[in-house]
Design a protein around this ligand. Structure first.
Ligand code: ZN
Length: 290
């Protein structure tokens, strides 16, 4: 599943090519059209295909940014504002190409679902092999409240005070710390791989109940999450699944993991333990993480 670093790379890949361009037309794949007619809402959620076109065609792309694992594209037509909100699901991706045939990965070339035809002759293409991703078209973010409840971006100054304040929230107090940091209301965009890596870096046992962490340990966990995400961005994310970037490049973070799906601890040489916490596979070193 694309996590924050992968989504950041998708955003960086498409942003310079699409900002400032006007969307001249939109094409939907046969499965998007069929899905809508069968009431399944494939990819395009919360809006009819006609209304999606009405609020996209002749709109100019003003700004592209990322919030947690969402890509947001602000559109403007005269005084009418719209926002495209996209989540890449399990294996979605955006590509900017001149022709569909230029998409470098066969599966993504085959499984295109939405094409935005831009005034600068580029095509912005949303491809999705498993079709778990989505694109919404809203007037304001208030129309999609789940995006408003996400914690501040982990790299923003507001993120640490927000994170620390969440230890006062009752439902998080008795949660294992591993589960708590996966909550996007607590810290934004820390997926499973990065949560395992961060707790190893902070030397904290993922089972620890969050209220038992000292203030210093809480700060340590936060700093380690930021460090893990920054490292993920630096290495272009992971390509543990079939995921690729907008430019077709694969991330190499999977070669730089310390604990996630590893066998031996790089510090003490003990075997890495696996546990299920909050339904997610968790990898940790019993010896180094207390
Ligand atoms: Zn160890």
């Amino acid at each position: 599943m694309p996590e924050l670093p992968e989504v950041e790379h998708v955003k960086r890949g498409i942003q310079p090519l699409i900002e400032g361009a006007t969307i001249e037309n939109v094409t939907f794949s046969p499965s998007v059209i069929r899905g809508k007619s069968e009431g399944k809402a494939t990819i395009i959620k919360g809006i009819s295909l006609e209304a999606f076109k009405q609020y996209t065609i002749q709109f100019t792309i003003e700004k592209v940014y990322r919030k947690s694992k969402y890509i947001l594209i602000e559109l403007m037509n005269n005084t009418t504002k719209r926002v495209l909100i996209s989540h890449l699901g399990m294996a979605g991706g955006f590509f900017v190409v001149k022709n569909i045939d230029d998409i470098p990965i066969t599966n993504y070339r085959k499984h295109w679902h939405v094409i935005f035809h831009l005034s600068n002759d580029w095509l912005l293409v949303y491809s999705d092999i498993r079709r778990f991703g989505e694109i919404r078209n809203v007037q304001t973010l208030e129309e999609y409240p789940s995006i408003l409840e996400i914690a501040p971006e982990p790299f923003d100054d507001a993120a640490l005070p927000h994170f620390l304040s969440q230890f006062e929230v009752k439902k998080f107090q008795n949660m294992p710390i591993k589960r708590m940091i996966l909550e996007h209301r607590v810290i934004s965009g820390c997926g499973n791989i990065y949560a395992c890596e961060a707790l190893f870096d902070a030397s904290i046992d993922p089972h620890r109940i969050s209220k038992t962490l000292t203030l210093n340990e809480r700060i340590e966990v936060f700093n380690s999450v930021v460090k893990a995400l920054e490292k993920g961005i630096l290495y272009g994310g992971t390509s543990i699944s079939d995921y690729v970037h907008a430019d077709g490049q694969r991330g190499t973070m999977q070669n730089n993991l310390k604990v996630y799906k590893q066998k031996i601890c790089s510090i003490c040489q003990s075997p890495i333990e696996t546990a299920i916490i909050g339904g997610r596979n968790t990898h940790y070193c019993k010896n180094c993480q207390k």
